[in-house]
Ligand binder design. Structure first.
Ligand code: FE2
Length: 385
């Protein structure tokens, strides 16, 4: 258990400086601490929601006194004259006093980028075990958070079984394709995904806003020659592009692309979103890459268009580099899940004669998955305590 071992008033009470027993130090502003106080008049003990607005906190809030207490700190605020406790672990989890971001492109430390050397077995588990054992599910969901990709083997070979995978952590995102969609050869394909052609790796449905954040592809038949699945870490591809050509990379981040899908009948989906999305402080938050549904790009000024296209081409070359892809043959009852804001998927071509390949796919969202994972992680901590 982490504890605070040193605390001092800082900048005339506008802040405090804290040292933990694990060697970390951080500063916290008085206004920040007061706004985030954990007492039952500031936060609801029932649901944790904040009960005050910032206007309820005096503008001239300062720290009158601070001292070590119960492993954390007790802070007395001026002018309210109230003393509130902040636990050591909570302060550590919420510390914001870190070195400023270097450069204008970075990847969250919560995510491990990978290339074709990733061993798919590392992120693969058994459907039955994950369904029965919460700790196995926790580990499997953590793979999705860290790598944006995970597999399950040995599931039922049944129509719609992919919904049982989604039920492990959340809810299906239903679209115009239905609760799920079929991926197999059709004589009159309405979408290239349903033919026997190879498919360049892509993220799905960038023409939706918001884009579905998870995709599950579940194999029911795979006796055709070829048709291997492949996945590529789009964050790794974007990082490579940034290292080679930071200016080009930032063009893909700073200008919106356009994406469009016109289905048969009454479907016309379109969106304007960048191929590489960065947060305001430079963290890569999403990759959108789909050659089939990229519409004419009209947000790039004339003078920047040649460099934009050069960067777009180079990103595609990196994505097509065989060294980037993890390839595997899905057997009936196997499935894989990708973070559709990060990991691209595709397949090698396959022969439509002498065998068949039948996958079912569906969408879901990352918020539900992360919620389930967080609850499982909390249970693990509670069980260990
Ligand atoms: Fe796809």
């Amino acid at each position: 258990m982490t504890g605070v071992i040193g605390v001092e008033r800082y900048e005339d009470g506008n802040a405090v400086k804290i040292a933990w027993d694990n060697g970390r130090t951080a500063r916290f502003h008085a206004i920040w601490l007061r706004d985030n106080a954990l007492d039952d008049q500031t936060r609801s003990p029932a649901n944790g929601q904040r009960l005050i607005t910032l206007q309820d906190v005096p503008q001239d809030t300062r720290i009158a006194d601070v001292r070590l207490a119960g492993g954390g700190i007790d802070v007395s605020f001026h002018p309210e004259g109230r003393t509130m406790h902040f636990p050591a672990g909570w302060l550590l989890d919420n510390a914001y006093d870190r070195l400023p971001a270097t450069g204008s492109f970075r990847i969250s430390p919560d995510k491990d980028v990978w290339d074709g050397s990733l061993d798919a077995a590392e992120v693969t588990d058994d459907f039955g075990e994950v369904s029965r054992q919460p700790q196995r599910l926790r580990k499997w969901l953590a793979h999705v958070r860290r790598f944006g990709f995970a597999r399950l083997c040995g599931g039922p070979v049944e129509n719609g079984a992919l919904l049982d995978v989604v039920k492990l952590f959340g809810f299906v995102r239903e679209t115009n394709y239905g609760k799920w969609f079929e991926v197999r050869t059709e004589i009159n394909p309405s979408n290239l995904a349903y033919t026997g052609l190879g498919l360049q790796a892509h993220t799905d449905n960038p023409y939706r806003d918001p884009t579905p954040t998870l995709q599950i592809l579940y194999c029911l038949e795979n006796s055709a020659e070829g048709g291997d699945s492949l996945v590529i870490d789009g964050f790794c591809a974007a990082q490579r592009l940034y290292q080679e050509d930071p200016g080009g990379c930032m063009l893909l981040a700073n200008y919106c692309a356009r994406f469009e899908y016109r289905g048969t009948g009454d479907v016309h989906l379109f969106s304007r979103q960048p191929m590489l999305e960065l947060s305001l402080n430079g963290e890569l938050t999403a990759v959108r890459f789909n050659n089939r549904s990229t519409a004419p790009i009209t947000d790039v000024p004339y003078d920047d268009m040649p460099a934009y296209y050069a960067a777009y081409r180079r990103l595609g070359e990196i994505i097509d580099d065989p060294a980037m892809a993890v390839k595997f043959k899905a057997e009936p009852g196997d499935c894989f899940i990708v973070d559709n804001t990060r990991v691209l998927h595709g397949r090698t071509g396959y022969a439509s004669t002498g065998g068949s390949r039948w996958l079912q796919g569906c969408y879901a969202d990352m918020d539900g998955l992360l919620s389930t994972l967080s609850v499982l992680e909390q249970q693990t901590i509670d069980d260990a305590a």
